[in-house]
Design a protein around this ligand. Structure first.
Ligand code: NAD
Length: 296
């Protein structure tokens, strides 16, 4: 079993650190919030008083932080100086590709091994240990990361060199945002043309309009498998997080000159929805913006 430093014990990191402790690792956990430290302690982690203390003597250091600014600050001000030369650094946060490459490059310049390993799957998957990890880093670093990430997830995929995990994550989530908007539009159109939503689902889920947003995450209550739509769009993947990922995708596209008109349009729609106060609602609730039924 390994000694693991874990920094960022929020909605996602809390469950992930708990799964590492459950697997028998010695997990030294740090978060700025006392409540998060208390939850980590109850889950079998050892709370410590700084990111540097979490990193000292660790074989693996995992971070699960809100955004690129937090990741840059925590690595540059604490982890790089405190981590043993033999440690593997794993950043599982969703951040901009430029920050992932910058932090990975800085680690490499200091002789430290690092991967970016953002996740697909929400809070329930983090708690259940069924996340999907998309990993950027060398083949050697991926091989070292894989056994640790497997204890928090059901799939661990090597995407390419450092930064590639973030690239895969935001390209995937841009596709998800665009297909969700398109799926919602199709249901609104079908219904206004007189089709029953269940009938449209039965047809489209077996026809060429089929997608994950349709068959696994249907935005219409009472249609398809149980989804956040059946719980008044509570839980699931928040509109604010989808908006964050779409912004990262559009920003990355601008940086490399990629044309992403559908992603850009999905970003504008999710921004408009968030502006109505719907940032906490599941992202499939955007159907209510399109059919005009959303009440702030
Ligand atoms: P969160 O806000 O619940 O947790 C972040 C935690 O980081 C907080 O507990 C905060 O106190 C802590 N933190 C911030 N700065 C810190 C610092 N300097 N030192 C130590 N701790 C610090 O966020 P979350 O939902 O757990 O998301 C974490 C990451 O995972 C984000 O990048 C997010 O985009 C990504 N993600 C989230 C989901 C989801 O469904 N929530 C799904 C996939 C990916």
């Amino acid at each position: 079993m390994a000694t693991i430093g874990f920094v960022g014990l929020g909605n996602m990191g809390g469950g992930m650190a708990a799964n590492l402790a459950k697997a028998g690792h010695d997990v030294r956990a740090f978060d700025l919030a006392q409540a998060a430290l208390d939850r980590a302690k109850a889950a079998g982690c050892l709370p410590v008083s700084s990111a540097a203390e979490a990193a000292a003597d660790a074989e693996f250091i995992v971070t699960m932080l809100p955004a690129g600014t937090h990741v840059r600050a925590v690595y540059e001000s604490e982890i790089f100086a405190a981590a043993p030369a033999t440690a593997l650094l794993l950043d599982c946060s969703t951040i901009d590709v430029a920050s992932a490459k910058a932090v990975g490059g800085a680690a490499s310049a200091k002789g430290l091994a690092m991967v970016d390993a953002p996740v697909s799957g929400g809070i329930a998957a983090a708690n259940a240990g069924t996340l999907t990890f998309m990993v950027g880093g060398s083949a050697e670093h991926f091989a070292r990361a894989e056994p640790i990430l497997s204890q928090m997830g059901k799939a661990v995929i090597h995407a390419g060199p450092i930064g590639s995990g973030q690239a895969a994550k935001i390209a995937n989530n841009m596709l998800l945002g665009a297909t969700m908007v398109a799926t919602c539009e199709a249901f609104v159109l079908a219904q206004k043309l007189g089709l029953d939503p269940q009938t449209f689902f039965d047809i489209s889920s077996k026809a060429s309009g089929q997608s994950w947003s349709m068959t696994s995450y249907c935005p219409v209550p009472g249609v398809g498998p149980e989804t956040p739509a059946d719980r008044d769009y509570e839980g699931g993947f928040a509109t604010a997080l989808m908006l964050k990922d779409l912004k990262l995708a559009v920003e990355a596209a601008q940086g490399v000159g990629a044309s992403v008109p559908m992603g850009g349009h999905a970003e504008s729609l999710y921004q408009a929805f968030a502006n109505l106060g719907a940032g906490g609602k599941d992202f499939s609730a955007i159907i209510k913006l399109l059919d005009g039924s959303y009440k702030a």
